[in-house]
Ligand binder design. Structure first.
Ligand code: PLP
Length: 395
């Protein structure tokens, strides 16, 4: 069999952990009842969903009645944004978000703009941190929601959400955070953070895909986007995905139990990797900060090379990573995150995201560094732009 590829793309998704998988299995076959059914099968499924809800609520310091299950981060982001906008349009039409949000937020905000909402974007600095003074200057009467991700999926920047929530509340707006990359990785306490709404997703933390949750603080009025049955306390219609919810609850429990251990281990891989790449590859830029960065994330721009070419070279060597730029409708767009951080287009095209996981090893990291060094040198040797720089020594 082909040698197993090395997976450094945990920010995209993770494998389901054994604990979650084993816990889910009976809910596909034996305990298959609809939790809304008024009989023994239904009650057994409902009990499992309640347990997962209790688990997640207790980890984020919320009440179970504040946790709503969804199909994942995208739905949670859509729901938070549209649900607050539509329920509070009598109070105002102004929404502020960051320019480095996930597409689930950015595209939804654009759609709301077409409906007549005014969307403003808070500034971020060259490492991706929100400029709090700028945020203060753009919120005011009529601002109904301030939305900012807890941690950026591309460059790993961890945002000052507590301060952002305070600014939102000072003008009577709600604060929403997309914690899809942070939940299960960082300690999150919704009360301490002061957020009113928070998105979470299961497949980023060794749980199954297609399930997530939205925390909505009790007392916050929110509209629905999925209308239908009475599920999720009349707020989100659709037959409950019991096995996925059970898996999500278990994965979150394990992630929380091992949080410190995983943080330390994964960040040691990342730091070793960043240090080696910065020391051994010339003309490379680390995107995002060194401090207040997601433990798994390392994102680099390689000058004179397209991110895609490195990605393909690494893929050929059995290393799976992700490129910051999105290939849309046949044309390669530079990363909107890197452009917001002030990178020029060429560098925003040349970025590669490495996101490590708990099963990765230091040997894999070292192998990646050696592979990057030879791939970068080979690609640059073919680049007329690079040749114009003169002789570069590779260590
Ligand atoms: N928000 C962020 C920050 C993400 O990184 C992602 C997924 O990559 C999402 C939202 C969407 O989550 P999901 O894949 O669960 O729909």
């Amino acid at each position: 069999m082909e040698k197993k590829a090395i997976y450094f793309d945990h920010a995209a998704t993770t494998p389901v952990c054994q604990e979650a998988l084993q816990k889910m299995i009976p809910y596909f076959t034996d305990v298959f009842g609809n939790p809304n059914s008024q009989h023994a099968f239904g009650r057994e499924s409902a009990k499992a969903v309640d347990e997962a809800r209790d688990e997640i609520a207790s980890i984020i310091n919320a009440k179970p009645s504040e946790v709503y299950f969804t199909s994942g981060g995208t739905e949670s982001d859509n729901w938070a944004l549209r649900g607050i906008a539509h329920a509070h349009k009598d109070k105002g039409n102004h929404i502020v978000i960051s320019p480095i949000e996930h597409a689930a937020m950015l595209v939804t905000a654009k759609a709301l703009e077409k409906e007549g909402f005014k969307i403003d974007y808070m500034k971020v600095d060259s490492q991706g941190f929100v400029d709090l003074q700028h945020l203060k200057s753009i919120v005011g009467e009529g601002t109904i929601l301030v939305g900012c991700m807890m941690a950026n999926n591309e460059v790993g920047t961890i945002e000052p959400i507590k301060e952002i929530a305070e600014i939102a509340h000072s003008v009577g707006a709600y604060c929403f955070t997309d914690a899809v990359q942070a939940a299960g990785v960082l300690k999150l306490d919704v009360k301490e953070l002061g957020v009113d709404l928070m998105s979470m997703s299961s497949h980023k933390i060794y749980g199954p895909k297609g399930v997530g949750a939205l925390y909505v603080r009790n007392g916050v009025k929110i509209g629905s986007i999925l209308t239908g049955g009475h599920q999720e306390r009349m707020k989100r219609g659709g037959t409950t995905n019991v096995p996925a919810i059970v898996g999500f609850g278990e994965a979150f429990k394990i992630a929380n139990r091992d949080l410190d251990k995983n943080f330390e281990y994964v960040s040691s891989l990342r730091d070793h990797f960043i240090d080696r790449v910065l020391n051994e590859v010339p003309f490379v830029k680390l995107n995002g900060p060194r401090q207040n960065r997601l433990p798994a994330n390392a994102d680099f721009s390689f000058e004179f090379i397209e991110g895609e070419s490195i990605l393909f070279s690494l893929d050929l060597a059995g290393i799976c990573v992700s490129s910051g730029s999105a290939c849309s409708s046949g044309s390669l767009e530079p990363s909107h995150v890197l452009l917001a951080l002030g990178l020029e287009e060429a560098l925003a095209h040349g970025s590669i995201r490495f996101s490590f996981g708990k099963h990765n090893t230091m040997e894999e990291v070292d192998y990646a560094v050696e592979t990057i060094k030879s791939a970068v040198q080979r690609l640059r040797d073919m680049s007329p732009l690079f040749k114009a720089q003169g002789d570069i020594k590779y260590v």
